[in-house]
Design a protein around this ligand. Structure first.
Ligand code: FES
Length: 176
């Protein structure tokens, strides 16, 4: 990977981890906290990522992926309830995750396989583990799948508020 891109990816990862740390520290309180001023303006305090409402937890069923887009309409993704607590999972059951569905290799759209909870590329067969924060488990891609950072408010509304890896085809996740 180009040095500059690598640096941006590392910065993105750190921003995401900072967010995760806050969520872990605040646990239930943070997850159920009312939207603050930053969210009211549609922006988070963490970098330039927008705070976008994706759905409500009542809209989700286990293994029925919901199409989303984040941080903008040109970046398709998926919101998933896995039915089992996982690292990076949000919500009362810790099982809600969201990922980009653009393959990091050449951008083919990934498809969800409920049997093994993976996202799979029809292009050159890369596979990503949805229970392991998008870790690549097979194929040509050379990075894990970008995972969207989620926050859930007291009404059960789910917001995306960050991305931990570089989205395919971009130099920066947020377009200026
Ligand atoms: S585009 Fe997905 S593996 Fe090549």
């Amino acid at each position: 990977m180009h040095k500059k891109c690598q640096k941006r990816v590392e910065i993105g990862r750190r921003q995401f981890l900072r967010g995760s740390g806050l969520a872990a520290a605040g646990a239930a309180a943070a997850a159920m906290a009312p939207a603050g001023r930053a969210e009211a303006k549609g922006m988070t305090a963490r970098g330039d990522y927008p705070s976008n409402r994706l759905a409500n937890i009542k809209d989700l069923k286990v293994d029925e992926p919901m199409d989303i887009a984040y941080p903008d309409d040109d970046s398709p993704g998926v919101l998933l309830k896995l039915g089992k607590r996982v690292d990076g999972g949000a919500g009362p059951d810790g099982d809600i995750v969201a990922y980009s569905v653009m393959c990091p290799h050449k951008g083919y759209e990934l498809e969800y396989n409920a049997e093994d909870k993976t996202l799979n590329c029809p292009g050159h067969y890369s596979r990503f583990d949805c229970e392991k924060e998008g870790q690549q488990i097979f194929g040509h891609a050379n990075q894990s799948l970008p995972m969207f950072s989620l926050r859930i408010d007291e009404k059960g509304d789910i917001y995306a508020e960050g991305v931990d890896e570089l989205i395919y085809g971009r130099f920066e996740n947020i377009r200026s």
